[in-house]
Design a protein around this ligand. Sequence first.
Ligand SMILES: Cc1cc2nc3c(=O)[nH]c(=O)nc-3n(C[C@H](O)[C@H](O)[C@H](O)COP(=O)(O)OP(=O)(O)OC[C@H]3O[C@@H](n4cnc5c(N)ncnc54)[C@H](O)[C@@H]3O)c2cc1C
Ligand code: SF4
Length: 338
Amino acid sequence: MINFEYVRATDVADAVRQMAGDPRAKFVAGGTNLIDLMKMDVEQPTRVIDITRLPLKQVEPTPEGGLRIGALVRNTDLAYHPLVEKQYPMLSSAIMAGASQQLRNMASTGGNLLQRTRCAYFYDTATPCNKRTPGSGCSAIDGLNRGHAILGTSEACIATHPSDMCVAMTLLDATVHVTGPAGDRTIRFADFHRLPGDTPQRDTNLAPGEIVIAVGLPAKGFANNYTYLKIRDRLSYAFALVSIAAGLVLDGDTITEGRFALGGVAHKPWRDPNAEAELRGQPATAATFARAADVLLRNARGYKYNGFKIELARRCIVRGLTQAARGTPQSQSSKKIV
Ligand SMILES: Cc1cc2nc3c(=O)[nH]c(=O)nc-3n(C[C@H](O)[C@H](O)[C@H](O)COP(=O)(O)OP(=O)(O)OC[C@H]3O[C@@H](n4cnc5c(N)ncnc54)[C@H](O)[C@@H]3O)c2cc1C
Ligand code: SF4
């Protein structure tokens, strides 16, 4: 048993103050990732700062027609929120594709952004892992890497980011509102998560001591032509091998705007402006979508066991965009389980 101190933050300023006093402290929200990591000795915080009582549980419309989602809004509450279901059904769908009902009932919006990779070596303290112990090596590059990344990898790490929700938020051009010792700032969602480079221990661009307080969504939600498609080994309770969030604006059969983001393929949700440019002004056909897939995957690299993901991603892109164009999003069941 590794001892740690448990404290409860009374407000956001108190949370920031408590964190600033101890660089090895960690915030805990739903605890669905952090507590597992502590049990496995992967995370060893000296102090756990409980933020669950902070007033960050609201989903509020913004004057610009978007939404502001508090960092402590639970995944279930967000997926079933009437404004999210109506304006951002792709986000509801992505959240419902993740984890299990019980986990979604506990997991918070901020925690989902900051959940750590599911690379098995990261969780196994008997093996080298640059993300867990910088400089120790990467066991996955020559190991069992079936679930690992095919885009944006480095010699130091080939892990993926496991979130579904973040793939939809990337597509929606969300923003992350944070505060910390240096004050408030807003980070574009696309810049929030990092590629591994030679510092895979850093998952995000959050500065030391900063706390996520909210996620902002702009007004555009692609509510008519969207999909979230998740390909995985089991139909539920499994992380994505490849997933896609797709959103189109159509004029007849012509695409006036098209976006798509992939999950399960990189250290962060993956979007490529050059691939999306292939969609603009083009007919919404499988041939158009295949061209966009080729552009997005032009630098994809497979390892010993995950080469299949390149073709899987290509097919996933064509199918996801086709579903979006047809207005058949193949959403997860949105039946509430009470
Ligand atoms: C078996 C299993 C299956 C899962 N399957 C999926 C899946 O398919 N798809 C998917 O997307 N997710 C999946 N998850 C992940 C789950 O969604 C995350 O564990 C959850 O979203 C984390 O949220 P939390 O509030 O519990 O975070 P916590 O465990 O409380 O915290 C996680 C990290 O975030 C930090 N943190 C939390 N809140 C803040 C904040 N406001 N500001 C700064 N730092 C913060 C903590 O310090 C910690 O480092 C699965 C989890 C499990 C256990
Ligand atoms: S892929 Fe990344 S997380 Fe997995 S063993 Fe290598 S360094 Fe660690």
